[in-house]
Ligand binder design. Structure first.
Ligand SMILES: [Fe+2]
Length: 180
């Protein structure tokens, strides 16, 4: 799927729980593809080596998330379709906008970057949590197991960001030049 996936609504064609699952998986797939470019941009612009390292590590995990989604689609016997949700597209665009703001004091911008990534991660956690539950209910045990692995990694990244924010937010309390 190209990174320029178009925003579409899949709700009109949902008639069953499997349709709902496939629609959710399509949206997660599009969000993961889009997030590859966004995470790379964030890792290159943060002034925190710790945040850059955590974001780069999650970028590598994102490649695994896409590979897992491919396996899940295979188990369900369907192919991924271009279907980026308005919500995740907006969250990803917010991350890019904040990362591109050069005039903000760097520590304050990093605090804002973490907040925007965490909103994105919470959206992914909700999406993978629902998809995993529906796959399990529909009897797709292997797919549910794959989705749980990704859900666990998304939660771990969110927790890591919270820990990094504890330090970064303190740095943002005293922006450069404020002591003059
Ligand atoms: Fe993620």
């Amino acid at each position: 799927m190209p990174a320029t996936a178009t925003t579409t609504s899949s709700s009109g064609s949902i008639k069953s729980l499997k349709d709902l699952l496939v629609g959710q998986l399509n949206e997660l797939y599009a969000a993961e593809v889009h997030s590859e470019s966004v995470l790379a941009k964030i890792a290159s612009c943060t002034c925190s080596p710790r945040l850059a390292e955590a974001v780069r590590a999650h970028l590598e995990e994102t490649k695994q998330h896409l590979a897992r989604l491919d396996r899940v689609f295979g188990e369900l016997g369907v192919k991924p379709r271009k279907s980026e949700s308005h919500g995740s597209k907006g969250l990803l665009e917010d991350c890019e906008t904040i990362a591109g703001r050069g005039r903000i004091e760097p520590h304050v911008r990093d605090a804002a970057i973490i907040a925007s990534i965490q909103r994105l991660e919470h959206d992914e956690i909700a999406g993978y949590g629902c998809a995993r539950t529906w796959a399990s209910l529909l009897g797709h045990a292997t797919a549910a197991s794959e989705l749980l692995k990704t859900l666990t990694e998304e939660r771990r990244f969110d927790e890591a960001l919270t820990k990094i924010a504890e330090t970064l937010n303190k740095s943002a309390l005293e922006p450069a030049g404020s002591s003059r």
